[in-house]
Design a protein around this ligand. Structure first.
Ligand code: NAG
Ligand code: NAG
Ligand code: NAG
Ligand code: NAG
Ligand code: NAG
Length: 285
């Protein structure tokens, strides 16, 4: 009697453990984080870049003199990228663009690939807008933008933004919740990014488009606009498994996120794309 009770408890214990270790958030356990100096070099606006916490964190700012940016030392062909970001906490950030993205535009002028997280500033105590985008082989005439509001104020705390890019799937995550999945379909041809890319982070004056379509400009009375990054993860798929399949829990979380926070998607913009781009029917819509 006692033994079987113990077994029952053990059994319950293992059942609970199994549930807890379902890999919905297993992404966060596979990471090795990099130090700023080993992973990145400075791109521009050197005087506005401050390395903190022995290189575990970096602060970049935009002021009336310059923006700032940094770039990975290596290039990656299919990888997992992640960083924690805390956005500028001013009452007015219109025109300010903060980014975390991959590109090879420095190498391929007319046929570049790109995957974007872009944060667009707000006028008058509003909310930051998150935008994601994807280009392949110079497909700049076919923007694949999505925009989102966020379930938190991204200037108040650090949150994690990640990109998993494999040969056939690209997943964007916010706090390890997938928010966008783009599956490569044959009809996309070169539009799906496939060449090695570097990882970038920048802050810049995007006054001509970022806020209200360019209606609200940067106001340097609120400068410096300071963005902080930490927990850098740059993991080539060849060095780790890049499992791009989502668990049921991840799919459910994505569905929930998308039902609440997607404010724009190119896939349902029939004015711009009377015939939706080919991956749209397979995407997360
Ligand atoms: C926003 O404005 C209020 C009132 O002027 C001020 O108290 C607060 O410090 C401002 N916030 C920031 C982040 O500058
Ligand atoms: C932001 O809000 C604060 C207090 O709520 C206010 O004093 C300030 O004027 C606002 N700033 C802008 C740019 O609207
Ligand atoms: C972001 O990721 C770091 C490193 O994995 C983790 O310690 C932190 O709790 C995460 N933050 C959020 C808001 O998920
Ligand atoms: C990429 O674009 C170039 C022209 O810039 C074109 O010649 C090539 O066929 C394209 N590649 C793919 C895979 O579509
Ligand atoms: C910011 O960008 C706008 C639009 O491109 C431009 O008119 C303005 O001069 C820029 N401001 C500074 C200080 O660079």
């Amino acid at each position: 009697m006692a033994a079987s009770f113990k077994e029952l408890i053990l059994c319950l214990f293992f059942m609970t453990s199994v549930v807890l270790f379902i890999p919905a958030y297993s992404l966060s356990k596979k990471f090795t984080t990099s130090y700023f100096d080993e992973a990145f070099s400075r791109l521009y606006g050197d005087q506005n870049l401050i390395v903190l916490k022995e290189g575990k964190s970096v602060r970049i700012s935009l002021d009336e003199h310059t923006g700032c940016g940094f770039k990975s030392r290596s290039t990656y062909q299919y990888a997992f990228f992640s960083t924690s970001v805390k956005l500028p906490a001013a009452n007015y950030t219109a025109g300010v663009v903060v980014t975390f993205y991959t590109s090879n535009g420095d190498v391929y002028k007319d046929s570049h690939d790109e995957l974007d997280f872009e944060f667009l500033g707000h006028a008058n105590n509003g909310s930051w807008v998150l935008q994601t985008n994807l280009y392949g082989n110079g497909s700049i005439g076919r923007g694949r933008e999505e925009r989102y509001s966020l379930p938190f104020d991204p200037s108040e705390n650090f949150h994690n933004y990640s990109i998993l890019w494999t040969e056939k799937t690209t997943v964007f995550y916010v706090d390890y919740v997938p928010i966008r999945v783009t599956q490569k379909v044959e009809a996309m041809a070169g539009d799906y990014p496939s060449k090695p890319m570097s990882l970038y982070a920048t802050i810049w004056n995007g006054s001509d488009w970022a806020t209200g379509g360019g209606k609200y400009k940067v106001d340097y009375a609120y400068a410096p606009f300071v963005s902080q990054y930490s927990n850098f993860v740059l993991q080539a798929c060849s060095n780790s498994d890049c499992d791009d399949s989502l668990t049921t829990e991840e799919r459910n979380k994505m569905k929930e996120f998308r039902s609440k926070y997607v404010t724009y998607s190119y896939c349902v913009d029939s004015k711009r794309y009377p015939i939706p781009l080919p991956e749209c029917k397979n995407d997360s819509f």
